[in-house]
Design a protein around this ligand. Structure first.
Ligand code: PLP
Ligand code: LYS
Length: 420
């Protein structure tokens, strides 16, 4: 799926599925996120087909986009969920994902969260440290329950991605070092309330090559052999997420070649496979639609100032991430070079520098592509800007799936103390 697959231009006008983006913009003030339901479904089905010959469960990484409509779309197709907080568990359950399809990752699960997950009967805790293991055992014992666990293993593999989203190097905070894994499993097997069930690994996000996956999965396969030799019953391998998407022109291995790699590296173990894709399901299924507020002629540059800012989509300022920026109505306009910026009082509130966009005027609609994953979920109301609403399209229908809050709702969250 390319950034524009589900957002094509017809007669110079951008569509999402069968609806013109400008028609939606007439009903929903910009900025807003817009998702293609068909794109999400198709991407999920591609994973299902790719893994059809394996005993695999897709546990969508809820952090990528946790909107209820997105989760319900995936739940209907049989998806499980990879969650990292009580909030994400609640979102997944509310959208119809069954507890026995939930895997719980995250480096700092609290007692309350563990209690909640145990009471629901989730499929697996992906344990990230020995202290966390001890806490899970304590809570499980107090509830007279058994927690099925896998350790998240840190294989010390370079994911060849942006440093801020690389998670599988020894220097990263994630997981148990592979060198200490056997000791950790030994401890787990000795603890009450714990059932050793699997091994988990997730080395990073936006991977554009299969080589790092291959290296990590090879190490995991060797570890499973060792753990079995130590007497542990390992029946699940959770291979994490991380497969990248095309933002500009990256050539990403397709889902089938990823599935083939998983089979080649891990198939002989006869384990149930869990995959945790996030970005590769949602990234190119969504856009951020904004309007030009002003076109400003600087001394050296021309600025296209949008009504969307870094608070709505932080990826460009946080990771220098590239997102295509496309005029919704291209008309007969020529391409011009702009710095595309937002209204927030930060120099980092820049979506792109020296970018070619069809010549635009105040009021014109601009789409920031590939914003379906790690877009809305990472937004904030910095500068007391309202969180952007979200819209989902299916064929020629659209629905607001998250509404814009009012200023009253934002301000009433603050409390002036009685003594003031
Ligand atoms: C444990 C875990 N699983 C899955 C994912 C999803 O990753 P991605 O969106 O790259 O598929 C993440 C995020 O990187 C993660 O931390
Ligand atoms: N937030 C990151 C991805 C992080 C994945 C979570 N482990 C991004 O926007 O690229």
């Amino acid at each position: 799926m390319t950034p524009v697959s589900y957002f094509p231009h017809k007669n110079n006008e951008m569509y999402v599925e069968d609806i013109a983006v400008s028609d939606i913009a007439q009903h929903v003030q910009t900025p807003f996120y817009c998702y293609s339901s068909t794109a999400i479904e198709t991407s999920f089905q591609e994973y299902q087909n790719a893994f059809i010959s394996q005993d695999a469960l897709i546990c969508y990484a809820v952090k990528a986009n946790s909107n209820q409509a997105v989760l319900a779309t995936l739940a209907k197709l049989g998806s499980g969920a990879d969650v990292v907080s009580m909030g994400e568990i609640r979102r997944a359950i509310t959208a119809g994902i069954k507890a026995d399809k939930i895997v719980y990752s995250g480096v700092a699960k609290t007692q309350e969260e563990i209690h909640y997950a145990l009471s629901l009967g989730i499929f697996q805790f992906n344990v990230e440290s020995e202290p966390e293991l001890e806490l899970i055992s304590k809570v499980a014992t107090s509830l007279n329950k058994t927690a099925s666990i896998a350790f998240r293993i840190n294989p010390d593999v370079c994911a060849q991605t942006h440093a801020k989203i690389s998670t599988g190097k020894a220097e990263n905070k994630f997981g148990v070092p592979i060198s200490k894994a056997r000791i950790a499993y030994k401890r787990a097997a000795s603890l009450p309330g714990i059932k050793v069930q699997g091994v988990d690994v997730h080395i990073g996000s936006q991977l554009t090559s299969l080589a790092p996956f291959e290296e990590a999965y090879q190490r995991i396969a060797e570890l499973v052999d060792e753990l079995r030799a130590d007497g542990h019953e390992i029946s699940v391998v959770d291979v994490g997420g991380g497969l990248g998407i095309t933002y500009l022109d990256e050539v990403i291995p397709n889902k089938q070649s990823y599935a083939d790699l998983v089979k080649a590296q891990l198939g002989h173990l006869n384990c149930k496979i869990i995959i945790e894709p996030g970005r590769s399901l949602l990234g190119n299924a969504g856009i951020l639609v904004s309007s030009v507020v002003f076109v400003k002629n600087g001394e050296e540059r021309q600025f296209l100032i949008l009504d969307a800012g870094m608070n709505d989509l932080i990826r460009p300022s946080m990771y220098e991430a590239y997102h295509q920026i496309i005029a919704v109505n291209k008309g007969a306009n020529e391409l011009k070079t702009y710095d595309v910026v937002g209204p927030v009082c930060e120099t980092g509130d820049t979506f792109a520098k020296a970018r070619q966009v069809h010549e635009s005027d105040a009021g014109d609609l601009i789409a920031i592509m590939s914003s379906g994953a790690y877009g809305s979920v990472m937004s904030s109301s910095y500068n007391t800007r309202m969180l952007a609403p979200e819209v989902m399209v299916k064929g020629n229908e659209f629905a607001i799936v998250k509404k814009r809050p009012s200023y009253e709702e934002i301000i009433k969250q603050d409390i002036i103390p009685s003594w003031l």
